[in-house]
Design a binder for this molecule. Structure first.
Ligand SMILES: C[S@@+](CC[C@H](N)C(=O)[O-])C[C@H]1O[C@@H](n2cnc3c(N)ncnc32)[C@H](O)[C@@H]1O
Length: 257
């Protein structure tokens, strides 16, 4: 069997298991196996059960750069790329940014690449994700939201990004089976209405941000409406809502007075 035939067979197997981009995935798994036939068979079998491709290949491409993703760590989504790019656009060359709930560190890694002279700090509660983000070269503080950050940051930060868990608990069972089976609930569950961690991000970003600094939140559903009173009370202005190409609400960007 030629290598092309082999990849075709793998793609057919992946397609039958429900993988949409079967040809690309066959290519990636073949390259991850590096010529080891038994390893390739194992990777394909695991992918057919729904295990995230990034856990099998060890990385994902985010904003055109490779981000390492360890098993059991939330896989950064391409839908978050516009938020990362907007954060970079708002971050001064020598500025300071904090990425709450960094996971593998995709957003922080993009900031570090696009603003190499800026200071980029990240927080994360899950030790597995902390280790992964550190392997991506990031300065990560392990702890609950902002709790572990140095106190000297108060009033000094130009940009806070927060892609926190924001799926309402009752909606978790409606997520794709692969996501609920494999990805950690700690990374997804946003509490009863999805805003439990979002509210904390708004409250905890406030003291960190300098006047005029930006807060960028990823969210969905009705969460922007639910958060608006807290944003107003917290002195945030220039509140902009961003929708994806399907017209679904994806993010809120705002500034601190
Ligand atoms: C939806 S994932 C997003 C990860 C990353 N921001 C990204 O976009 O790839 C949310 C992350 O928040 C972390 N997390 C959950 N609760 C947290 C908390 N209280 N403090 C810090 N991190 C938390 C999870 O472990 C997970 O890595």
């Amino acid at each position: 069997m030629t290598p092309d035939d082999k990849r075709g067979t793998i793609a057919a197997e992946l397609r039958a298991a429900g993988c949409i981009a079967a040809e690309e995935e066959a290519e990636e798994l073949t390259s991850a196996a590096a010529g080891d036939a038994a390893r390739l068979q194992e990777l394909v079998a695991r992918r057919c059960t729904g295990e995230p491709l990034a856990w099998l290949t060890g990385s994902v491409t985010f904003c055109g750069q490779t981000v390492l993703v360890h098993p059991d760590v939330y896989v950064p989504r391409w839908q978050s790329e516009p938020l990362a790019l907007e954060a970079a656009a708002r971050l001064p060359e020598h500025g300071t940014a904090v990425d709450f709930c960094t996971g593998a560190g995709a957003v922080a890694a993009v900031l570090a690449r696009l603003r190499p002279l800026a200071r980029i700090l990240a927080t994360e509660i899950d030790p597995t994700a902390v280790a992964c983000a550190r392997r991506n070269g990031l300065e990560v503080f392990q702890g609950d939201m902002s709790a572990s950050l140095p106190p000297t940051l108060v009033g000094q930060v130009d940009v806070v990004t927060a892609i926190v868990p924001y799926v309402p608990t009752w909606e978790l069972s409606f997520l794709p089976r692969d996501v609920t089976t494999y990805e950690p609930h700690l990374a997804l569950d946003g509490g009863a209405d999805g805003t439990l961690l979002l509210r904390r991000a708004v409250l905890e970003a406030g003291p960190l941000l300098r006047p005029g600094g930006s807060l960028l939140l990823e969210l969905g559903g009705q969460e922007a409406d639910l958060l608006q009173p807290l944003l107003t009370a917290g002195g945030y202005w220039d509140v902009q809502r961003r929708h994806d190409e399907d017209g679904d609400l994806r993010a809120v960007f705002c500034r601190r007075r």
